[in-house]
Design a protein around this ligand. Structure first.
Ligand SMILES: Cc1ncc(COP(=O)(O)OP(=O)(O)O)c(N)n1
Ligand SMILES: Cc1nc(C(=O)O)sc1CCOP(=O)(O)O
Ligand SMILES: [Mg+2]
Length: 498
C-alpha cells in the first residue's frame, strides 16, 4: 500500500491553518491520499472566528455517499456542528464497517473546548457525539479542555490523565490520547491509553504566538499513520515530532499559519518516551558517569545470535567478530557454565560477545556486553551495567521504543523485526525496509543493527537502507553450508566499508 486513502470529515477554515485545509496538507506530509467531506463553512483568521454555517444534512449525506465506494483505510473526524450531523456520520461509519472487512481506523479530534464549542456547535451536539459517535471511534484525541468537557475533571496531574482517559475509554473509543499542549509546566506531557497500555511522551514547551490548527494536524497525522499500519504508540511519537517541528518553524506572528514540515526527520524534535510517568515523571535517566562503553568494532558487521557454546566454537574460525549468546531454556547451572565458557572463548579470540537477558551474570562473569529488550531494560540496573564497563545493546520495535532507547545512549541499537521470522513471534512488530531506512537516517551517533527475518536473499534490500550491521539467527543456524553462508554475509557487509 503506497498511499492509503484517508477521509477527513471536518469544517472548512478560510485561514487554511486548521480544518479540512490543514488536514489535507498533513495527510500529504504522511503520504496518505486525502478525501474530504465538509461539515461546515467557517469564516476565520488564525485568532478569530467570524461566522460558522453548517452544511445542510442533504449535502452532507451526498458527500458521504460520494466517498462510500472508496477503499478508505482511515477517517479523521474534526468539527461537527449539529446533532443531526452526528447521526448521519455515525450511520455512514456503521455502513462502511458492515460493507468491508478491511481495517478502517476512525480518529476523532473532538473540537469541544468550552469557548470554541460554544461558538461552533449547536446545542445537543456534544451529547450526540458521546452517545452515537464515541462507540464507533478507535482513537479520540482530546486536549486538556476537551477532556474536562467530556469527564468533568481537568486532568492536570499524570494520575488524573489516566483516570480521565479510562473514563473516556468507557464511552467507547479503544484508545484515548490526552494531549498535554496546554500543560503549564516547562514540558508538555502527552498520554496515550491504548487498550490497556500506557504511553507517555514528553516534549519541551514551545511558546508560539499562534498554535491554531495543531489539534487538526495531530489527529490527521495519527489517522494517516494508522492507515499506513503504524502501531498507535509509534503514530503518536511521529505525530508529536511533526507538531514539535511545526512549532519550531513557526513565524512569530499571530497571523501566520504554522508550517507543514513534512515527514519528521530530525531526532532533536522527537518527544522523549517516558516508561511510566506515574512512577517517575522523568525520562529514563542515563546512568551517571561516562555511560556505556562503546563497541570496539564499528560497524558490528555480521552479528550471529546463537544458543550454544558449540555454535560459538564453529563461528569463531570463520572470522565472525560479533556474537550474541541467547539462552532461553537453560537451568541456572547450565546457564552459568555456558556463559562462562562462551565469555572465555570469545575473550581469547577477541570476539565481541553480548549476553542476551542475563545482565547480572554478565556483570559477575565480566562479559563484553549485554543485550536487553525493552521490558528487561526497565527492570535492569543500568548504572551497574555501565559501572562494570559492559556494553549495552537495546532492542527497539518502532519509533516509541527507539526514543526510549535513544535517551540512554546505548552501545548499539537494534531495529526489528525487519521481516517476518520463524525464530520468534514478532507479529504486530514488523518494520519493513522503508521504516528501517528512516531509523538509519534519524539515529546519527549510535551504532545500529537490523534484525528479524534477514537472509541472503533479502540482504541487499536491507543494506540499501544504509544499515551496516545485521543480526541473524536462522540464516546461519539453518544454513546447509554454514561457512559459505557466513562468507556471503561477510562479503556484502565488508563491501559496504571498502
Ligand atoms: C541484536 C538483537 N536485537 C534484538 C534482539 C531481541 O532481544 P529481546 O527483545 O531481548 O528479545 P529476546 O532475544 O530476548 O527474545 C536480540 N536478541 N538481539
Ligand atoms: C530474537 C529476535 N529478536 C527480534 C527483534 O526484532 O527484536 S527478531 C528475532 C529473531 C531473529 O531471528 P531470524 O534471524 O531467524 O529471523
Ligand atoms: Mg532479551
Amino acid at each position: 500500500m503506497r498511499r492509503p486513502k484517508v477521509l477527513t470529515i471536518a469544517g472548512s477554515d478560510t485561514s487554511a491553518g486548521a480544518g479540512i485545509q490543514a488536514d489535507l496538507m498533513t495527510l500529504a506530509d504522511f503520504n496518505a491520499e486525502g478525501k474530504t467531506v465538509v461539515t461546515a463553512l467557517t469564516a476565520q483568521t488564525p485568532n478569530a472566528v467570524f461566522a460558522v454555517e453548517p452544511v445542510g444534512n442533504r449535502i452532507l449525506q451526498e458527500q458521504l455517499s460520494a466517498v462510500k465506494h472508496i477503499a478508505l483505510r482511515g477517517i479523521k473526524i474534526g468539527l461537527i456542528v449539529a446533532p443531526a450531523q452526528v447521526a448521519i456520520i455515525a450511520n455512514f461509519i456503521r455502513q462502511l464497517r458492515q460493507k468491508t472487512a478491511a481495517e478502517l481506523w476512525v480518529v476523532l479530534d473532538p473540537v469541544l473546548n468550552a469557548s470554541a464549542g460554544s461558538q461552533l456547535q449547536l446545542p445537543g451536539t456534544l451529547e450526540a457525539i458521546q452517545s452515537q459517535l464515541l462507540p464507533l471511534v478507535d482513537v479520540i484525541t482530546p486536549n486538556l479542555d476537551e477532556a474536562e468537557v467530556l469527564t468533568g475533571l481537568r486532568p492536570t496531574a499524570p494520575n488524573d490523565r489516566v483516570q480521565a482517559a479510562m473514563q473516556i475509554q468507557r464511552m467507547g473509543p479503544g484508545s484515548v490520547v490526552i494531549k498535554g499542549g496546554h500543560d503549564t509546566a516547562g514540558h508538555c506531557l502527552d498520554y496515550g491509553l491504548c487498550g490497556q497500555n500506557h504511553y507517555w511522551l514528553q516534549s519541551p514547551r514551545q511558546a508560539v504566538s499562534n498554535s491554531h490548527g495543531t489539534g487538526c494536524r495531530f489527529s490527521s497525522a495519527i489517522a494517516a499513520l494508522l492507515a499506513r499500519d503504524y502501531p498507535l504508540k509509534d503514530a503518536l511519537t511521529l505525530a508529536k515530532a511533526y507538531i514539535n517541528h511545526s512549532l519550531a518553524l513557526a513565524k512569530d506572528s499571530p497571523e501566520a499559519n504554522l508550517p507543514h514540515p513534512g515527514w519528521p526527520e530530525n531526532i532533536e524534535l522527537f518527544p522523549r518516551a517516558l516508561p511510566n510517568a506515574l512512577q517517575n515523571p522523568e525520562p529514563l535517566e542515563l546512568p551517571p558517569g561516562p555511560g556505556f562503553a562503546p563497541c570496539k568494532t564499528k560497524p558490528l558487521g555480521l552479528y550471529p545470535v546463537v544458543d550454544s557454546v558449540d555454535w560459538i566454537t564453529r563461528l569463531i574460525p570463520l572470522a565472525v567478530k560479533t556474537l550474541q549468546i541467547r539462552l532461553k531454556h537453560a537451568g541456572p547451572d547450565e546457564l552459568r557454565q555456558q556463559l562462562t565458557e562462551a565469555i572465555a572463548l570469545c575473550r581469547e579470540n577477541e570476539v565481541q560477545l553480548f549476553i542476551n537477558d542475563h545482565w547480572q551474570l554478565a556483570i559477575e562473569l565480566d562479559a563484553y556486553g549485554v543485550h536487553l529488550g525493552q521490558e528487561d531494560l526497565l527492570k535492569a540496573d543500568l548504572s551497574a551495567i555501565a559501572r562494570a564497563g559492559l556494553r549495552l545493546g537495546v532492542s527497539t520495535h518502532g519509533e516509541y521504543e527507539m526514543m526510549l532507547a535513544h535517551s540512554l545512549k546505548p552501545s548499539y541499537m537494534a531495529f526489528g523485526a525487519i521481516f517476518d521470522t520463524k525464530t520468534k513471534d514478532m507479529s504486530g512488530q514488523l518494520q519493513g525496509t522503508e521504516r528501517l531506512g528512516r531509523y538509519v537516517r534519524l539515529i546519527k551517533n549510535c551504532p545500529q543493527v537490523a534484525i528479524g527475518g534477514i537472509n541472503a536473499d533479502n540482504l541487499d534490500s536491507v543494506l540499501a537502507t544504509g544499515i551496516e550491521s545485521v543480526a541473524v539467527v536462522s540464516a546461519i543456524t539453518e544454513a546447509e553450508d554454514v561457512r559459505a553462508r557466513v562468507k556471503v554475509f561477510q562479503s556484502r557487509l565488508e563491501g559496504l566499508t571498502c
